[in-house]
Design a protein around this ligand. Structure first.
Ligand code: G1P
Length: 291
């Protein structure tokens, strides 16, 4: 078994109802944040952390996402014929040793089910999962060393699956998977300007504030041992009638240790209209200032 994490699974099958009408004919993952589609930053984050195989889990209406990562030979030829080589080069930014493929999730049975669809490609390898609604701030963190890159290193050292968490406001707790810590004093290790990783007791998917065991929310970045697939295959639908990734993680905790990694920097919810618009403005401002 390898401990190298070179696969990343990115579920892109969601319909993006919170982003209508923008997402009616354009996949929400391709909506712009500043001068790039949102998913561009998520894939850049994965590549910076050492990922070589990106596995998108989608369906027929999402094939434009796969096309975004492909070489458009006709466009490339046209641009070069007009002497626009620099522009053509900028479109072919994906490193040659990185592959992007798409696998289908035939039915929308939940996030856990989406991740399980990647099994034929990922096989027995440990892998990362990145939820593309969540875009980590690339302007304030070092993608080659923080967050996902840190989680991959922590996994290699501990062999414990890693789940990225971040503190959220009380009114937002019901939107997330919430971590239950083994010891309350672990919270003290959350401040500071480094990621920290420590064992977790469990997770509750989208609890009410009264039921929430902490205010630490699952952000949408995971590094898993391949055995999570075995648990996913056995997971029954629960919250919202869906096969939840959180339930499989809970089962994994009972047999192997699972750690939470505290998030460094901030993140944007690009799947919610209000925070998407705020994120767009922030990304555009950063990019205009850098011109
Ligand atoms: C999913 C996960 C949840 C996590 C969230 C992060 O929920 O099930 O545990 O906190 O992503 O965005 P979803 O937003 O798909 O409902």
């Amino acid at each position: 078994m390898t401990t190298q994490v070179t696969h990343a699974v990115i579920p892109v099958a969601g319909f993006g109802t919170r982003m209508l009408p923008l997402s009616k004919s354009v996949p929400k993952e391709l909506l712009p944040l500043g001068n790039r589609p949102a998913i561009h930053y998520v894939v850049e984050e994965a590549i910076a952390a050492g990922i070589k195989h990106i596995v998108l889990v989608g369906h027929a209406q999402k094939s434009a996402i796969e096309n975004y990562f492909d070489v458009n030979a006709e466009l490339d030829n046209q641009l070069r014929a007009k002497g626009k080589d620099k522009l053509a080069d900028s479109l072919n930014w994906l490193p040659v040793d990185v592959s992007v493929s798409m696998i289908r999730q035939g039915r929308p049975l939940g996030l856990g089910h989406a991740v399980l669809q990647a099994r034929p490609i990922v096989g027995d390898n440990p892998f990362a999962v990145l939820l593309p609604d969540v875009v980590l701030n690339p302007f304030t963190t070092n993608l080659a060393q923080d967050n996902l890159a840190f989680m991959i290193k922590a996994f290699r050292e501990s062999q414990h699956s890693q789940i990225l968490v971040s503190a959220v406001a009380d009114e937002d707790i019901h939107k997330y998977g919430i971590a239950e810590l083994k010891q309350a004093e672990q919270l003290e290790r959350m401040s500071g300007d480094e990621n920290a990783s420590f064992a977790v007791a469990g997770f509750v998917e989208k609890p009410s504030l009264a039921q929430a065991p902490s205010n630490l929310a699952v952000v949408g970045r995971y590094v898993f041992d391949a055995c999570i697939f075995d648990y996913l295959a056995k997971t029954q639908p629960s919250v919202g009638g869906e096969i939840q990734l959180t339930d499989a993680i809970d089962a994994l905790i009972s047999t192997q240790g699972v750690d939470v990694t505290t998030m460094l920097g901030d993140s944007f919810d690009a799947g919610d209209m209000t925070s998407y618009m705020q994120a767009f403005i922030y990304f555009a401002q950063q990019q205009l200032a850098a011109r």
